[in-house]
Design a protein around this ligand. Structure first.
Ligand SMILES: Nc1ncnc2c1ncn2[C@@H]1O[C@H](COP(=O)(O)OP(=O)(O)OP(=O)(O)O)[C@@H](O)[C@H]1O
Length: 563
């Protein structure tokens, strides 16, 4: 269809509303608008749009090719004049007819808009997972979406037309209609089905009048399923957190171990061989000789290097918890066991477990550990299921296990089971030749840490270190060098920086240990000596307290009095 060219006569209220409606219709071209008043509203609009305007009716009638003239003044006289001047092919539509036509156009537009909205709404309602039901104010059910039938098993055919006050009188929809109030998180069964649901319903009020209400609901099973999934995910997260906190990979390798004294080299060779096998290793040596360092290095050089390295300090775990620490526990196994917890054995699966201070493990647990070493099987505390693991054992002790076996404090069978490869680390006093190399590497390390440029030690200072007996071994040497590096202001460590650190305390406190002195004085000296030896760190203080056979808290109290 070609363009319908229209002229509008009359630019008042009627003319301008006609103008507005017609100008948006694609097939229509408004050729001209005329009125005797230059500022008639339709004329202003037309000018804004670039549409021709005129003050003369005759001029409008003369526009060539006009299909239609709409007379919007409602005046008989105007109609007659148009008839007189218009081309005989041009139709004339009077205001009444024009209004009717406009009304039809508007209705048609509204209808197509409603159709579009309905299409969109249908698509939404049909695609949502939640069930939706609508009822009018008298309770007649008018609409259910496909999810409604999926959730309840009741077809839309069955449901639509029923009355909600009979079908589901206690449901959220009926309540919203009764109370005119929204209803939230309402739990009920859908009438006509056995499905328990959680619903939200809202009344629909138009111009203050209740038109109906709509309910949206989900079956409880879906919500339970989600909750279960959430709980399961949380449990996995918790377990992973625990694992991450407890598992470390080995932090040191053989490259971090210094020492070339023949006796020390023997230990290194044996450790390197042990790393290639899967055998259990028992590392013995005084405190601070590097037992843990060796354990790390063995793991790092073994086939298991990419698997966990889990350390258990057998002396630090309270006896009552030792078993649960090792083997884990089931939820509710004892008061405080709020959830299932994996033990160190399970955490170390595939890797290495380092049993530090093994000599401090009680006999009951020794028996259990022996069984585990033999079968690599155990049960969690409070559990019945046998758990099988593949773990390499490295144990360490600074106690004379053999002596303990003789006294009956350590199981002989366990001792032999652990002692497959025995690695004895010599005390530092037995390989003092290595001291210069240790010192060199420590000076480099602390230069980096403290931002200093210390080049080394004077010969006298070095001699002082070589004369000392190093009861705390390499750890004590580390502490001494660290303290000296903190105090040194020059670029070389001299004897004076070390004196207080490696010699018995000066004047007043200098009585050799063979001499008698007040017990109180003796205690102070021992506390000082222990902290000097093991260092100021918490770990150092723990060891000092352990060696002095007092609790950490007591050690802190004594230090407060001394300083
Ligand atoms: N041969 C070594 N080369 C370099 N550093 C060493 C050596 N031996 C020990 N160390 C260092 O000394 C410190 C103490 O070592 P480690 O903790 O391994 O001793 P330990 O024998 O396990 O002590 P404890 O029995 O008190 O637990 C660590 O910082 C370690 O890195």
């Amino acid at each position: 269809m070609g363009l319908v060219k229209i002229g509008i006569v009359g630019g008042g209220k009627g003319g301008s509303s006609l103008y507005k409606t017609l100008k948006d219709i694609e097939q229509v071209e408004i050729s001209m608008v005329c009125d005797i008043l230059p500022n008639a509203p339709a004329l202003i609009l037309a000018r804004q749009d670039g549409v021709a305007t005129s003050l003369s009716l005759e001029e409008l009638c003369a526009v060539p090719g006009l299909s239609l003239i709409i007379e919007a003044t409602g005046k008989e006289e105007v109609r007659q004049r148009i008839n007189l001047h218009k081309d005989r092919h041009t139709a004339l539509l009077e205001a009444v007819g024009a209004n009717l036509m406009m009304h039809i156009i508007e209705e048609k537009e509204q209808l197509s808009e409603m159709k579009r909205l309905k299409g969109e709404l249908d698509a939404i309602l049909n695609s949502v997972q939640e069930a939706i039901e609508f009822a009018t104010s008298d309770g007649t059910i008018r609409f259910v979406n496909p999810s409604f039938s999926r959730v309840t098993g009741v077809s839309s055919k069955e449901r639509i037309g029923q009355n909600i006050f009979e079908a589901s009188p206690n449901g959220a929809l009926a309540r919203a209609l009764r109370t005119h109030e929204p209803i939230f998180a309402h739990r009920s069964r859908v009438g006509g089905s056995d499905v328990e649901v959680v619903s939200n319903a809202s009344p629909i009020v138009v111009d203050g009048r209740l038109e109906g209400a709509v309910v949206v609901f989900q079956p409880l099973t879906d919500i339970y399923k989600l909750m279960e999934q959430l709980q399961a995910s949380n449990q996995v997260i918790d377990e992973l957190k625990t694992r991450i906190n407890q598992i470390t990979t080995s932090m040191y390798t053989f490259d971090d171990i210094l020492g070339s004294h023949p006796e020390f080299e023997k230990a290194l060779d044996l450790a390197a061989k042990a790393a290639k096998s899967d055998s259990t290793v028992l590392i013995s040596g005084e405190s601070g000789t590097g037992k843990e360092l060796f354990a790390h290095a063995i793991h790092a050089a073994s086939q298991r290097r990419d698997k966990p390295f889990v350390k258990v300090n057998c002396a630090a775990i309270p006896e009552t918890l030792l078993e649960s620490e090792f083997f884990g526990h089931e939820k509710g196994a004892f008061t405080g066991a709020l959830k299932t917890k994996l033990g160190k054995m399970e955490l170390a699966n595939g890797g290495t477990i380092f049993l530090d201070e093994i000599g401090d493990m009680n006999l009951h647990l020794q028996a259990k550990l022996l069984r585990v070493l033999q079968d690599m099987e155990f049960e969690r505390v409070g559990g019945t299921q046998t758990i099988k693991v593949d773990v390499r054992i490295i144990a360490a002790t600074n106690r004379m296990l053999k002596e303990m076996v003789k006294k009956g404090d350590f199981r002989e069978d366990l001792y032999y089971r652990l002692n497959v490869v025995e690695l004895r680390l010599p005390p530092l006093r037995k390989h003092k030749d290595d001291i210069p190399a240790y010192v060199h590497s420590l000076v480099l390390k602390f230069n980096r840490k403290f931002g200093k440029k210390v080049s080394g030690l004077t010969a006298q200072a070095e001699q002082l270190l070589l004369n000392y007996d190093w009861p705390g071994n390499v750890r004590e040497l580390q502490n001494v060098i660290e303290r000296a590096m903190v105090t040194v202001e020059e670029d070389i460590i001299t004897r004076k920086h070390l004196l207080n650190l490696v010699e018995p305390p000066a004047a007043g406190e200098s009585a050799p240990l063979g001499e008698l002195m007040p017990l109180e004085e003796m205690e102070k000296r021992m506390v000082r000596l222990a902290v000097q030896r093991y260092g100021d760190s918490v770990e150092g203080k723990k060891k000092a307290a352990q060696t002095l056979n007092i609790s950490l808290a007591t050690l802190y109290n004594k230090l407060k009095i001394i300083t």
